[in-house]
Write a protein that binds this ligand. Structure first.
Ligand SMILES: CC(C)(COP(=O)(O)OP(=O)(O)OC[C@H]1O[C@@H](n2cnc3c(N)ncnc32)[C@H](O)[C@@H]1OP(=O)(O)O)[C@@H](O)C(=O)NCCC(=O)NCCS
Length: 133
């Protein structure tokens, strides 16, 4: 697999928005300014690139101390089920470890337990979510 994963790799907002729309079926993020978002709120991010562009991404936000959270973990359909999602998250985890954090959090739907729990080793925990919409 000739895909290069990079911590804090270069990106354009247009390509992240396109991948986000494909992965999550969203249209409302189409104009998101990822450079501003990532620089203001993230510990870092992972890009995965193949010859034809961005095929994977994961964002890592944090509390500035010991907790980091994965957001927007996504892989293009054309690159799916080849281990890329696992590689992207593992690289993010390694960068979080090197930053001195002690915990990586992620929220996911039950259907993704094979990915986060079985493939990546996350421990399922009770968590809470309050919608403010
Ligand atoms: C979830 C996602 C990132 C996985 O990426 P991927 O590159 O296909 O994952 P991998 O190839 O590393 O998968 C490793 C294992 O995790 C499990 N897995 C991966 N995707 C899965 C899915 N959609 N549902 C259930 N299990 C899944 C499988 O056991 C897989 O091994 P297998 O292919 O041998 O069966 C990708 O499907 C995606 O972008 N989905 C849409 C966006 C999304 O839901 N992101 C997660 C937000 S919490």
């Amino acid at each position: 697999m000739d895909i290069i994963c990079t911590w804090r790799g270069e990106l354009t907002s247009a390509e992240v928005n396109a991948l986000h729309a494909e992965a999550f079926g969203t249209k409302d993020s189409a104009d998101t300014d990822w450079h501003t978002l990532l620089e203001r709120h993230s510990l870092g991010w992972v890009t995965a690139r193949e010859d034809d562009g961005l095929v994977g991404f994961a964002n890592v936000v944090w509390d500035g101390m010991v907790h980091a959270w994965l957001q927007d973990v996504m892989v293009a359909r054309r690159a799916g089920r080849r281990g890329l999602g696992t590689a992207v998250v593992q690289q993010a985890i390694e960068a979080v470890r090197e930053a001195g954090c002690g915990y990586v959090h992620v929220d996911f739907e039950p259907a993704l337990a094979p990915f986060y729990v079985d493939a990546l080793g996350f421990t399922p925990t009770p968590a809470g979510l309050l919608s403010l919409r």
